[in-house]
Every structure is written in C-alpha cells, then in structure tokens.
Design a protein around this ligand. Sequence first.
Ligand SMILES: C=C(CC[C@@H](C)[C@H]1CC[C@H]2C3=CC[C@H]4[C@H](C)[C@@H](O)CC[C@]4(C)[C@H]3CC[C@]12C)C(C)C
Ligand SMILES: C[S@@+](CC[C@H](N)C(=O)[O-])C[C@H]1O[C@@H](n2cnc3c(N)ncnc32)[C@H](O)[C@@H]1O
Length: 396
Amino acid sequence: MTISEFVSENAVPLTIAAAGVSLAGVYALRSRDGMRSVPRATDLGGGGGKAIKEGEVEGHWNAYDNYFTQGKPAITLPYLTLSCKQASKVQADGAVQSGDKTKAPTFVNTFYNLVTDIYEWGWGQSFHFSPPVKAKSHKAAEEMHEHYISDCAGLKKGMKALDIGCGVGGPMRVIARHSGANVTGITINDYQVQRCRSHNKRAGLDKQCEVVQGNFLEMPFEDNSFDGCYAVEATCHAPAIKEVYKEAYRVLKPGGYFATYEWVTTPMFDKNNKRHVEIIEGINHGNALPDMRTYTDVEEAAKEVGFKVLRTADLALKPHPGYTTHGNWYDRIKIGKAEYNRNDVVVRILQFLGVAPKGTKEVHRMLVDVTYDLSAGGETGIFTPMHLVVCQKPLK
Ligand SMILES: C=C(CC[C@@H](C)[C@H]1CC[C@H]2C3=CC[C@H]4[C@H](C)[C@@H](O)CC[C@]4(C)[C@H]3CC[C@]12C)C(C)C
Ligand SMILES: C[S@@+](CC[C@H](N)C(=O)[O-])C[C@H]1O[C@@H](n2cnc3c(N)ncnc32)[C@H](O)[C@@H]1O
C-alpha cells in the first residue's frame, strides 16, 4: 500500500489525530520566556509561584482580607509596610492595621498577585467591563469600548500614549493597533509586567508597546512627556484620586488629552441606605478599592489639579454617546454564574489535591461573591464602572 493510499483510506482518524496534536500543542504553548498564553487551572494562585511563593499564598490572602475586616487580630505578613518583593522573605508574624489607606498601593499589589492568573483564566487579557453591543461578542464589544477611550484621548499614529494602570495589556494592544500610537503602560504589579511583556511579544507589538513596573502616584516619567494618557478602570485603586490625576497632568504635554473610565457611585446612591452601603462595601472588598468615590469627586479632582474637563458621561446609561449599545455591562457576570461555580469546584479540588496553593480557594470564593455585589450595584443603578471623564491640559 502506498502512502497516499494509506492517507486516503485513513483520512478521518488522521484528521482527528492531527487536530488533537495541534490542540495539545497550542494548549502547552509556552513562549520562550516560559509564559503560557493563557494560565491553566493548575497554574492559579499567586501567579503560578512567580508572584507569590506557593507556601505564602494563604498568608498574603489573610493579610489582604484582614485589610477590610476591621477588628480581627491580623495574623499576617507585615508586608504592608514592605514591598512585596521584601515580604516574600518574611514569615507570617506581623500584625497589620486594617484599613490603613496609606498602604493601598501595596495591598493592591498583593491583590493582583493573587488574582491576575484567575482573571486571565476566566475573563481574558482586558481587566475591565464593557457595554454589550447587539450581535457582537464580548471581545468585539470590549474592543469597541477600548477604541472609544483611545479616540477620547485623541491618540493617533506616532503619538506617545500612556496607559495608567495597564494590567497585562489587553487594552494597550488593542489601542496600539487601533490608533497607531506607541503605548507605554505602568502597573504596580511586577507579575503583570512579565505577563504584559510576554503578550506584547507574542502579538508582535513589543516594538510599539512597552510596560514599566511603577506606582501611578509617583510615576517614573518626565514632565510633559506624553501626547495622550488614558486609564481603564484603574485609578479607582488610588487612595486619593487627586494624587493620580496630578501625576497624569504632570506627564501630559500641554494641549494633550486624558481620558479615564472610573468606578464611582451614581446619583442613585444614597449613603443613608443600608443596602446601598453594603453593596458598595462588598465591591470595595472584592476589588481592592481603598474607597469608592462619587462621580462628582472625580470631576472635581480633575478640575482641582488643573485639567479642563471637556465632558463626562456614564457609559452604562443609554444612549451611549459613541455607538449603540444593548443590555448592561453586568450581564456578562450574571450569565457567567454557573461557569464560575464550576470553576469554584475545580479550584477547590485542585487545592485539596495540593496542586493549587492553600489560599487559592478563598481568593476564588471572594471573586465568586463579588459578582453578586457588582450585579447588585449595576441593577440598582447606584454604581458604574465606566464613568467617562475626558480632560485636557491647558496650553497655558
Ligand atoms: C476593574 C476591576 C476588575 C473588573 C473585572 C475585570 C473583574 C471584577 C470581578 C472579576 C471576576 C469575578 C468572578 C471570577 C470567577 C469566579 C472566576 O472563575 C473567573 C474570573 C472571574 C470571572 C473574575 C474576572 C474579572 C472580574 C470580572 C477592579 C479590580 C478595579
Ligand atoms: C482592574 S486592572 C485594569 C487593567 C487594565 N487597565 C485593563 O483594563 O485591563 C487595574 C490596574 O491598575 C493597576 N494599579 C492599581 N494601583 C496602582 C498603582 N498605585 N500604581 C500603578 N498601577 C496600579 C493594577 O496593577 C492593575 O493593573
């Protein structure tokens, strides 16, 4: 029998085998830096050991959780006064003043050490919400939302753009392709820098996109060095919004635009309504927010640092000022409930088998729980993750 006869007689099994091999190849695909394109369920918890050493995930989880639960004796790493790099060398023996907002960037950094892989595994490379668009996939609607902020920041080919709180670079890469601008991202989290660089290289965008590890409250950039700045659901982590807006103003060139999607309470929020307060506190706890500000707080802060506020809009509301949206930003997490509960079983089994480090199931449970607070915040109309503020730095 010739090869061609064998192939033609076994076309179906050979095709299945080829598909299996290629799938396995893709699944196992690691780039030269050893990073997977998508974390596997067996990699979850502390960045697969790259962000937090396996034996210390539980200590970091306790320290994070105790930041919010007042009054409990916090048996935690004293890392809130140390950088996370230093903290990985100390044992869990310190006590931490919970709610100490001056330590926010550190506890936020720990939050992302704990959740970044789970976010990528179960959501994708863009760590934000988007308004759904009729007959468009989540990804397509997400990219329209990212294109929109790029256009609000006036980004064009050849410009230098800053992505404030860039995560693993989901928006950065979409905006670089859409605008043609050269994008620099900054994130407090070292593990996200590694993930972002790996994604940029894999996407062939490592010449157009770069990322630095740093604190957006004291950015390592010269005054007047960017043509445009944007922030996608990131400045909400700042203990004081004015501090990060002051930095955005400083590094932006005169005449440049700063556009940001903010997490805020809306005019529907009533601080005397116990249920409203409960929902917002749950959102803060499950998303590492030192506090939740109002939509007027962010607009006033922008003016106070010197920006001219050109326009603001809650993009969760209809009509959307840029394109026709359909449904609500929280539909995706409502539809995902069954999937997240299945994921929770997987994570519990992996932790029971010792494959996922102790503490991973608690982190994942926190994320399952916070979807209820986020959905409630959206359904009651008291919270929006996409309050758009578009500002300009005056020419002088
Ligand atoms: C802007 C912020 C993050 C916004 C969203 C990207 C994330 C908020 C809640 C996250 C998630 C909740 C449930 C998780 C699920 C249990 C798990 O199995 C898979 C990942 C989740 C879907 C996860 C994904 C990201 C969020 C939607 C904040 C932090 C300022
Ligand atoms: C919800 S993620 C959004 C990431 C990205 N904008 C996106 O949409 O995918 C928030 C980001 O803000 C970053 N961040 C939070 N506090 C920070 C700080 N003080 N300095 C720099 N980055 C910070 C986090 O590390 C994270 O990357």
